[in-house]
Design a protein around this ligand. Structure first.
Ligand code: IPM
Ligand code: MG
Length: 359
């Protein structure tokens, strides 16, 4: 089997972390007999510098021809002054929409060797294992009307929060399917005490739940959910949320582990899945061999699982990451006294060696 993958390193630390993830995928490919065909293209600030726009059509076409996309990160201070429509971040919105990636999965698992990196007490987070499923191609990010208009002497900024039945149904179904394979608990997040779009959200989620009698469904208002994530995060298995609520809650959930440099994500729904670390481009440490490549490496594991149905290869990556952490190796972001500090490239190499050794 040959797997064509579009590789979009993007900006900042994107190049360094993607390079390590590609090496890890090569190693796991050797071991499990999978052949990769990696094709690189530019996106974000890099594409703005080269071609004047954040998502050139060549890049989008490459993604459409591939079976999966591995992305690093986009953005940085260099492009902050640009007009909103041509900023690097627009590339993400374009890719999501064009590739039909309506569901974003952000698993948050506490890696036990890192339990002390969390700002929360060990008793609250030990064994934490949840997934945020965020709707990714609708809601207030895309609703019309939007814009900034002149209104007499002042300006008015507008965004519109819209959800249709079918948009809610498809992401809810995907979240229920995931919950059915996990601990069978789904918490749907909304603001149904105030927003009509949330009233519809809740109604549709209840209807989809009838297809999954084995999954227990709970509804939670978004403000309460933000609080519950800190109070008792282990009550959650799958959290389902709309685009903006999911954006906010997934950052909050990511920080529960204390190490955002560890968290992968998958964006699914279309023919081609997109895999990227949850962290950003970290321009302050770019090019210094300081970034943690683990989030991108684990995104590669998600690619194997969700795009290529290679569960054993995915688990081999996850196990190798765990072994390297257990052996005491740490990049700077997760370093604690008494551990062995390594750079981006060495962390990648350690994981590669663990895979080669059959870990
Ligand atoms: C994310 C990011 C993006 C989002 C930004 C960079 C557009 O915060 O992927 O969570 O809001 O979706
Ligand atoms: Mg975000």
């Amino acid at each position: 089997m040959t797997y064509p993958v579009a590789v979009l390193p993007g900006d900042g630390i994107g190049h360094e972390v993607v390079r390590e993830a590609v090496e890890v995928l090569e190693a796991v490919g050797e071991r499990f007999g999978l052949k990769w065909e990696f094709h690189e293209a530019s996106v974000g600030g890099q594409a703005i510098d080269q071609m004047g726009i954040p998502l050139p059509s060549e890049t989008l076409e490459l993604c459409e021809r591939s079976e999966a996309v591995l992305l690093g990160a986009v953005g940085g201070p260099k492009w902050d002054q640009l007009d909103y429509d041509i900023r690097p971040e627009r590339a993400l919105l374009g890719l999501r929409k064009e590739l039909g990636l309506y569901a974003n999965l952000r698993p948050v698992q506490l890696s036990s060797p890192l339990a002390d990196a969390s700002p929360l007490k060990r008793e609250i987070i030990e064994g934490l294992d949840l997934v945020v499923v965020r709707e990714l191609t609708g809601g207030i990010y895309y609703g019309q009307p939007k814009g900034i208009e002149l209104l007499g002497t002042e300006e008015r900024g507008i965004n519109t929060l819209i959800y249709t039945t079918s948009e809610i149904e498809r992401v809810a179904r995907l979240a229920f399917q995931l919950a059915a394979k996990r601990r069978k608990k789904l918490t749907s997040v909304d603001k149904a005490n105030i927003l009509e779009s949330s009233v519809l959200w809740r109604k549709v989620v209840i209807r989809v739940a009838q297809e999954f009698p084995q999954v227990e469904l709970a509804h939670m208002l978004v403000d309460n959910c933000a609080m519950q994530l800190i109070r008792d995060p282990r009550q959650f298995d799958v959290i389902l949320a709309g685009n903006m609520f999911g954006d906010i809650l997934s950052d909050e959930a990511a920080m529960l582990t204390g190490s955002i440099g560890m968290l992968p994500s998958a964006s699914l729904g279309g023919r081609v899945g997109l895999y990227e670390p949850v962290h950003g481009s970290a321009p302050d440490i770019a090019g210094q061999d300081l970034a943690n490549p683990i989030a991108t490496i684990l995104s590669g594991a998600m690619m194997l699982r969700y795009s290529f149905n290679q569960e054993s290869a995915a688990e081999a990556i996850e196990r190798s990451v765990l072994r390297v952490l257990e052996a005491g190796y740490r990049t700077s972001d997760i370093y604690e006294e008494g551990k062995r500090r390594v750079g981006t490239a060495e962390m990648g190499d350690l994981i590669v060696r663990e895979i080669e050794a059959g870990g």
